[in-house]
Design a protein. Structure first.
Length: 157
């Protein structure tokens, strides 16, 4: 496996914010302070944050955005296609500021979620789901195991 994407740089974050503004214009949604600040927090965290991690961000706290508003805003940003949900086995939803096709490594011990881009994973054939009446709109592979840190802890004990 290879190609773990680097953290988003300032230009990429600015592009994502501009894409958000464009989508708001296209859909008639308002560019609210809450949406902008919450999106910026997801992009700044760049770690597949939970809603509570977003809520704990200093910028979100300074803007006095309530926890409930953070939850609603994250779901709104997902519906708009500005962020995605990084589904995994942990007990809470994780959000992903990277909407381009990529896959995830998920640690079964600490719930860490890491991005991975690999052409072989992207080339996997998608099964025909028409018999179920299901239309696939996104395709992401999730590989589960133990991250480096958890493996080291396990080896050390």
């Amino acid at each position: 496996m290879k190609n773990v994407p680097p953290p988003l740089d300032a230009a990429e974050k600015q592009d994502r914010l501009e894409e958000f503004r464009r989508r708001c214009r296209e859909t008639g949604e308002l560019v609210t302070t809450q949406r902008r600040v919450v999106l910026q927090a997801v992009l700044d965290l760049d770690c597949h944050p939970t809603a509570d991690q977003v809520w704990a961000c200093p910028a979100v706290r300074r803007a006095r955005i309530s926890r409930a508003t953070v939850y609603r805003t994250l779901e709104s940003l997902v519906r708009m296609g500005v962020i995605t949900k990084a589904c995994h086995t942990g007990g809470v939803v994780r959000y992903d500021g990277r909407t381009a096709a990529h896959h995830h490594l998920v640690c079964l011990r600490c719930d860490a979620v890491l991005d991975i881009s690999d052409a072989r994973l992207s080339a996997l054939p998608v099964p025909d789901t028409s018999a179920f009446g299901f239309e696939i709109t996104d395709f992401r592979v999730q590989l589960r195991g133990l991250c480096r840190s958890c493996r080291r802890k396990e080896e050390g004990s």
